[in-house]
Write a protein that binds this ligand. Structure first.
Ligand code: TYM
Length: 327
C-alpha cells in the first residue's frame, strides 16, 4: 500500500479551499492508502501565536478534521510537536538544503513581504515540511496547488541527501487534484482563499451556516459580461465558481461551463452544493466538541504510531550520517 502524508496548520479555522484542495481528498485516500495527517503546530509558530489560542486551535482543528471524515481508527492523525523527530530531521535537512533555493520560495516571499520582523523559522519553514514528509517514507503528498513548490523542494533536498549518504530516504511525489486545487477568494478572485482573510466575505468557513454560505456565494464577484466560460485569466470570478462546484460535485469546471449560460443558476447550484457538503461536517463537529477527551485520546494514539516510524527513520539517518551512537 502506498503511503500518503499531508499536514495542515492550526492557525485560523478551516476554509473551503482547505476542504476542496486537500481535506476531502485525504478522506477518500485513507481507505486506499496508509495515511498520515499531522496538525503542524510547529509550522504555525513561524508567525506570532497566542499560546492559549494555539492550544485551543490545535484541538479544534483535530475535531474539524475528524468531523470532515478523517477517521483516527483508519488513518494516523497526530500533532506534529508530539513527535520530536520532526525537528531533529529538519535540522539535518537544513544542512542539506541550500540558502539560495529557500530564498526562491514564493510562499516565503509573499508571507514575509509585509512583516516588520521575519523570524528565521519562517525562512526554513519548507525544510521542516520536507522533514514531515520524509520522516514517514511518504510516497505521495496530496496538497493544493500552493504547496507545489514546497514538495518540489522536498524532492530536491531528499535526492541530495541520498546522493551524499546512500538511499536512506524515500523521494515523494505531489498529487494535486484536478478540481479544487486553487480555490480563490470570492471577493478578490485573483487571490487564493486563505485563513488570513479573517472575517472577509470572500472566505467560506466550514462552520458557516447555510444562509451565510448562500449570501457569500450570491455576492461573489463575477465579471461584467454574462457569458459562462472557464477561463481563469479573463473570467477569474466565474471560473472560481465553476471550480468550486466541480470540486464539490466530482465534476470538472470545463464540463460544467457547458451546462450554464447565466450566472444566476450557476451561483445557485454552487451555493446549494457547498451547503450540502458542509451540513454533515457542522453536525459532526458539534458532537465532537461535546467530548474533547475522545479527540485527545485519538491524538495520543496517532502520536504513538507516528513516533515509532519516526524513530526508525531517524535511526537510519543518524547511522548514515555517522553520528556516534549513544551507549
Ligand atoms: P495549509 O495549512 O495552509 O493548508 C492545508 C492544505 O489546504 C490547501 N489549501 C488550498 N487548496 C485549494 N485552494 C486554496 N485556496 C487553499 N488554501 C490551502 C493547501 O495546499 C494544503 O494542502 N505548509 C502546509 C502545511 C504542511 C504540509 C506538510 C503539507 C506542513 N507540513 C507536509 C503537506 C505535507 C500549509 O501551510 O498548509
Amino acid at each position: 500500500m502506498q503511503r500518503i502524508l499531508s499536514g495542515i496548520q492550526p492557525s485560523g479555522d478551516v476554509h473551503l479551499g482547505n476542504l476542496l484542495g486537500a481535506l476531502q481528498n485525504w478522506v477518500a485516500d485513507q481507505h486506499t492508502h496508509e495515511s498520515f495527517h499531522p496538525i503542524v503546530d510547529l509550522h504555525a509558530v513561524t508567525v506570532p501565536q497566542d499560546p492559549r489560542e494555539l492550544q485551543a486551535a490545535t484541538l479544534r482543528l483535530a475535531q474539524m478534521l475528524m468531523a470532515a471524515g478523517l477517521d483516527p481508527d483508519v488513518c494516523v492523525l497526530f500533532v506534529q510537536s508530539h513527535v520530536p523527530e520532526h525537528t531533529q530531521l529538519a535540522w539535518v535537512l537544513e544542512c542539506t538544503a541550500g540558502f539560495g533555493e529557500l530564498r526562491r520560495m514564493h510562499q516565503f516571499k509573499d508571507k514575509s513581504a509585509d512583516m516588520d520582523f521575519v523570524c528565521a523559522g519562517l525562512f526554513t519553514y519548507p525544510v521542516l515540511q520536507a522533514a514531515d514528509i520524509v520522516l514517514y517514507d511518504t510516497d505521495v503528498v496530496p496538497v493544493g496547488d500552493d504547496q507545489r513548490q514546497h514538495i518540489e523542494l522536498t524532492r530536491d533536498i531528499t535526492q541530495r541527501f541520498n546522493a551524499r549518504y546512500g538511499e536512506v530516504l524515500v523521494v515523494p511525489e505531489h498529487r494535486i487534484p484536478p478540481a479544487g486545487a486553487r480555490v480563490m477568494d470570492l471577493q478578490e478572485p485573483t487571490r487564493k482563499m486563505s485563513k488570513s482573510a479573517g472575517e472577509a466575505p470572500g472566505t467560506i468557513w466550514l462552520l458557516d451556516e447555510p444562509d451565510v454560505v448562500r449570501r457569500k456565494i450570491r455576492r461573489a464577484v463575477t465579471d461584467s459580461h454574462s457569458e459562462v466560460r472557464f477561463d481563469r485569466e479573463a473570467k477569474p470570478g466565474v471560473s472560481n465558481l465553476l471550480e468550486i462546484l466541480g470540486a464539490a460535485t466530482g465534476s470538472t469546471p470545463r464540463d460544467l461551463a457547458d451546462v450554464y449560460d447565466r450566472y444566476g443558476p450557476l451561483k445557485n447550484d454552487c451555493a446549494e452544493a457547498v451547503v450540502e457538503l458542509l451540513a454533515p461536517i457542522r453536525q459532526r463537529f458539534a458532537e465532537l466538541r461535546a467530548d474533547p477527551a475522545e479527540t485527545q485520546r485519538a491524538l495520543a494514539t496517532g502520536a504513538g504510531t507516528a513516533g515509532e516510524i519516526a524513530a526508525a527513520t531517524m535511526g537510519r539517518v543518524r547511522e548514515a550520517m555517522g553520528f556516534l551512537p549513544r551507549r
